[in-house]
Design a protein around this ligand. Structure first.
Ligand code: PHE
Length: 356
């Protein structure tokens, strides 16, 4: 009795194996065929009266009744597949798609070219504009001490920007002089570092870097970019600051644009201003986009004497100005763009990025 069961299983699996092998070998052979005649010959070789498949199927009788349906289903499936592939190959042969002939003069398919991210494009353009008037691009740490981000910039310990609502604090033991470790919340943290690097004025730097703040909504991403200008020398005054903005606005946004300074407050500049630029659409007349004809561009001011002191520069001898603003915002203002959700900039969705 045991022998019999063994026999049944063995027979069934053998037939299954043979069917699968025949299918595989036939498909390999079929793929090589390039003429209708050869494809027809293969069909006969399989399904003709003495064809391999037909012969194999005759063996079905030898298989015990109980196993027959399973093998029968498999055989049908294989037959259907082979017939389908054969008729597909016949079509390819008929359309001459398998020909060996190659037209070397036919134009190729051009590879899809990418381009720089819009933020990188803006950074290079801004850098070029400032380099033309003698600024040098600098880079300072993104992971920064509280001292450079706040204290050295005349920001008291209880300043609201130092709350963990506004700044990312890193869970590391604080340093006695430098304070805690933060992710730099603005490029102003490069100001005192630049004074230390230079030793003494003149200083004319443009620091463009990533900044971090814990905000995540349609108009904020936790990582964004700012550029920061710092100029320190003897006799620097507000007219230099204003002239620099006039120059930048005309180079970056266009000759017909004007700027204005509006009084403001920053801890690290005195006096402080917000700089506005005339709207690119209504040219200052007032429209739906800008309301009154002006758009806010950036924060700026004359470097506070305490900041100069923190950088070991004598405020009685030297003065300077500083400004800082967002790269993403500047790009959108130039293009007259209103991106509904700023987070798209960093989602790496190619359909979004290839538009620019
Ligand atoms: N750091 C300020 C901000 O992030 C901008 C600023 C830079 C203002 C330099 C004045 C001088 O809003």
């Amino acid at each position: 009795m045991f022998d019999k069961i063994y026999y049944v299983v063995e027979k069934a699996t053998n037939m299954e194996k043979e069917l699968n092998e025949l299918e595989n070998m036939s498909l390999v052979e079929l793929a090589k065929l390039k003429s209708d005649k050869d494809v027809n010959a293969l069909y006969l070789k399989l399904f003709g009266q003495n064809g391999n498949f037909t012969k194999l199927l005759k063996k079905l009788k030898e298989i015990p009744q109980s196993e027959r349906p399973i093998i029968g289903i498999l055989a049908n499936k294989i037959k259907k597949n082979l017939e389908e592939k054969i008729s597909k190959q016949k079509k390819l042969v008929a359309n001459n798609q398998l020909s060996d002939w190659l037209d070397v003069t036919a134009p190729g398919t051009p590879p899809k070219l990418g381009h720089l991210h819009i933020v990188s494009q803006t950074i290079s353009e801004v850098t070029r504009i400032f380099e033309r008037i003698g600024f040098t691009r600098r880079r300072y740490p993104e992971i920064e001490w509280e001292w450079y981000s706040f204290d050295s910039l005349n920001m008291p310990v209880n300043h609201p920007a130092r709350d963990d609502f506004e700044t990312f604090f890193i869970d590391l033991p604080p340093n006695l002089k430098m304070g805690k470790v933060v992710l730099s919340p603005h490029t102003s943290s490069g100001q005192v570092r630049e004074m230390e690097r230079a030793g003494k004025p003149p200083i004319r730097m443009i620091n463009i870097a990533k900044c971090y703040r814990p905000n995540w909504d349609i108009s904020h991403t936790p990582m964004f970019h700012q550029f920061e200008g710092l100029v320190i020398d003897k006799g620097i005054n507000i007219t230099h600051l204003k002239g620099t903005f006039e120059y930048f606005a005309k180079e970056f946004f266009g000759k017909d644009r004007k700027i204005r300074l509006r009084p403001f407050h920053f801890q690290f500049t005195e006096p402080s201003f917000e700089v506005d630029i005339t709207c690119g659409f209504c040219k200052g007349r007032g429209c739906r986009l800008c309301k009154e004809g002006w758009m806010e561009l950036c924060g700026s001011g004359m470097v506070h004497p305490n900041v100069l002191k923190a950088g070991k520069i004598d405020p009685m001898k030297y003065t300077g100005y500083a400004f800082g603003w967002g790269v993403e915002r500047t790009y959108m203002m130039k293009q007259g763009l209103k991106i509904d959700d700023l987070r798209l900039l960093y989602s790496n969705d190619i359909r979004f990025l290839e538009q620019f």
